[in-house]
Design a protein around this ligand. Structure first.
Ligand code: GUN
Length: 292
């Protein structure tokens, strides 16, 4: 059994990005510039955005954080988006989700210039991804593909079972893994809250991607010998043992499942560190105008 070390791979990719940035700057180019809009004070969102800003510094990007209060109107938020769309110094930007209930997330996402949509959430990027055209691929699915690639995991002809059908993870990773590509060429099954007998699908899987947000959903008796398990879960559980006051729990009962696996990602230290690094890679692509 091999524990996939997302933290180590992320450090390796970080070094590759630093090298690229140094080369761009040495040739007289400008530093890539990522902006983030953060609405309100949700603990999870604050942590994620702080991580993104910190990683920008570490790889030599410029970053800008636009903070808005929870009572911002949809029109005011749209104006921030339009400003970033029109600002030539900004290569890419994200609007951290979730947004307050009175704002339509879809309306905001669709207002983002798809050429600056480094989250890959805009329908143009989602549509292009689904037909295999160059586009910004959202960070978590991109991070999963990168882990499969860097561990040389064979995917062709494998049966991949995806638990969860979210727009951010389940749907895009299902599309990507069925694509005629490496990683890809999988036979994909997507399971969700209405699926009957999920255990049977899982027992028939070569690769399981758990992205449902239910801590320890995938148990040892649901996984066959030699399976590859990717855990996308990041539920924050209050804990008195950590400095942050939270403990991250994955969707996989690691102690039970790991002994049966050929490869498995831990939580924390698996997919998580890859997500931010994929956003940095997308920002670099945006700055270099590689895609659009
Ligand atoms: N909220 C949870 N994950 C993400 C993400 O990848 N991007 C944005 N913008 N918001 C999120």
């Amino acid at each position: 059994m091999i524990i996939i070390d997302g933290k180590a791979i992320a450090i390796q990719i970080k070094k590759e990005i630093v090298g690229e940035v140094n080369r761009i700057v040495a040739e007289g180019g400008k530093r890539p510039h990522l902006a983030a809009i953060l609405v309100g004070h949700d603990g999870g969102s604050e942590t994620y955005v702080a991580g993104k800003v910190k990683t920008c510094e570490e790889v030599g990007f410029k970053s800008s954080l636009i903070r808005c209060e929870n009572n911002i109107t949809e029109t005011e938020l749209l104006n921030h988006v339009i400003e970033l769309n029109n600002n030539p110094d900004i290569d890419g930007f994200i609007v951290q989700l979730p947004l307050p209930k009175h704002i339509s997330e879809q309306k905001i996402i669709e207002a983002i210039d798809y050429q600056k949509d480094v989250d890959g959430f805009h329908p143009v990027n989602v549509g292009r991804m689904s037909i295999g055209l160059p586009c910004f691929v959202s960070a978590t699915p991109a991070g999963i593909l990168e882990l499969l690639k860097r561990y040389n995991i064979e995917t062709s002809g494998k049966h991949c079972v995806i638990l969860g059908r979210s727009n951010i993870v389940g749907k895009p990773i299902s599309t990507l893994l069925m694509q005629k590509a490496y990683p890809g060429d999988c036979t994909v099954t997507v399971c969700h809250s209405r699926t009957k007998d999920i255990k049977n699908y899982c027992l028939n899987a070569d690769i399981i991607i758990a992205a449902i947000g239910v801590p320890e959903f995938l148990r040892g008796n649901m996984v066959r010998e030699g399976a590859i398990v990717i855990d996308v879960g990041t539920t924050r559980i209050p804990s008195s043992e950590t400095r942050s006051g939270f403990q991250l729990k994955g969707d996989v009962a690691f102690e039970e499942v790991a002994p049966k696996c050929s490869f498995i990602t831990p939580v924390p230290g698996g997919v998580g560190p890859m997500t931010i690094i994929s956003l940095m890679k997308n920002t670099l692509l945006a700055a270099k105008k590689t895609i659009y």
